[in-house]
Design a protein around this ligand. Structure first.
Ligand code: F0G
Length: 367
């Protein structure tokens, strides 16, 4: 344990003002309703929503102390299916239904699949997902199956799955809901709006994991629309870092299965986001990701999935570089990937018989 004291908030001494229609007034407004003026929908359009968006922006006192800046965590795991994908999916599915689609499909490392399956279930249309065999976290598989999607386990990786669904949707009447779709980017840009509003435009750097590179593209579009230009600092896992190495990685590998991607579809957009914002795309190792993953859970009380921890791993590795206000995007919930959590913690489970003396020893005895 370091010396950093815990930071507590206080019960307000005066009643909080209630702002009509505001997301934080206690009424949760679905994302497309909140930002309809900046999204490609018309008044009266039917929406497929699970009340996504308006996620918390949580102060991270321990990480702030380490890097010497005010660091906040954008908790995208607080979205309905536990990841940021819901922001894009409410738009993709609303558009699909509006345009008369009967089925949607995606390739996925897990979260897109879970989100597409949930929104398709809500919309009452068919969903198929193609996932790399043995490489998606259990929570995501459980969600996708529960929502009734057709799950195809591909003997291949994410990049191959994406190539195949792109081919399929070019000739068949099935709507592709990967971040190739501009609706996905449009929906996801709203996270940048929320951060911009919450910090009054004071943000200087945004740290974000990069896989297929849709999300960094979305954030940059969102900030640009607000006239803001925080540095976009994207982080890829060492074994899956095509944007850093400047070449397609044929067999990407990383413990962060969500970002195990060797040929991102938004390659040029992500590079433009980094360049235009005077940011960078950099690499973090699996060990650095797991260190940040454990630190977030054990010191900040925030359990995210390994890919999400890449944003904090990058900040810890490269520092705040003069930025005073930093946001790290935690893209998905820790519960998504119980296997990685169980394999990477210092805890232990104490077996105990149902007797008072044994319980006393188990609770109070030497650890
Ligand atoms: N973090 C998580 C938890 C993700 O699931 C993903 C991507 C990313 C970060 C990277 O975002 O692709 O926009 O650069 N997951 C996709 C999926 C690929 O299929 O769920 P990106």
């Amino acid at each position: 344990m370091s010396e950093t004291p815990p930071v507590f908030s206080e019960v307000p001494r005066v009643p909080l003002p209630r702002v009509e229609g505001a997301a934080f007034s206690g009424v949760h407004v679905p994302l497309i309703e909140r930002y309809h003026e900046r999204l490609p929908f018309e008044p009266g359009d039917k929406l497929v929503s699970l009340q996504e968006g308006s996620t918390p922006l949580l102060r991270a006192p321990v990480i702030s102390e380490i890097v010497g800046a005010t660091v906040r965590l954008k908790l995208e795991g607080a979205n309905p299916t536990g990841s940021f994908k819901d922001r894009g999916m409410t738009c993709a599915l609303s558009a699909a239904v509006r345009d008369g689609a009967e089925a949607v499909i995606c390739a996925s490392t897990g979260n897109t699949a879970a989100s597409a399956a949930a929104y398709a279930a809500r919309a009452g249309i068919t969903c198929a997902v193609i996932v790399p065999e043995g490489k998606i976290a259990q929570g995501k598989m459980a969600q996708t199956l529960m929502h009734g999607a057709r799950v195809i386990s591909l003997a291949g990786n994410f990049d191959q799955a994406l190539t195949l669904v792109r081919e399929l949707t070019a000739t068949r009447p099935i709507v592709l809901v990967n971040s190739v779709s501009d609706y996905r980017i449009e929906g996801q840009k709203t996270a940048a709006f929320e951060i911009h509003e919450a910090l009054d435009g004071e943000l200087q750097a945004l740290c974000i994991p990069v896989g297929n590179a849709g999300n960094i593209t979305s954030y940059w579009r969102g900030f640009s629309e607000m006239g803001a230009a925080p540095r976009m600092l994207g982080f890829q896992a060492e074994g899956a870092a095509p944007l850093v190495e400047g070449r397609i990685i044929e067999n990407p590998e990383t413990v962060a299965s969500a970002i195990r991607i060797g040929n991102p579809v938004r390659w040029e957009d992500a590079m433009a986001a980094a360049t235009d914002s005077r940011g960078a795309i950099r690499v973090v190792s699996d060990a650095e990701i797991l260190t940040a993953y454990r630190l977030l859970a054990s010191r900040e009380g925030m359990f995210c999935e390994p890919a999400s921890a890449a944003s904090v791993a990058g900040l810890l590795k490269y520092g705040a570089e003069g930025a005073e206000q930093v946001v790290c995007v935690l893209t998905g919930r820790g519960l998504k990937d119980p296997e990685t959590a169980l394999a990477n913690n210092d805890g232990r489970v104490i077996q105990c018989v149902a007797e008072t003396a044994a319980i006393e020893e188990a609770v109070l005895g030497d650890p």
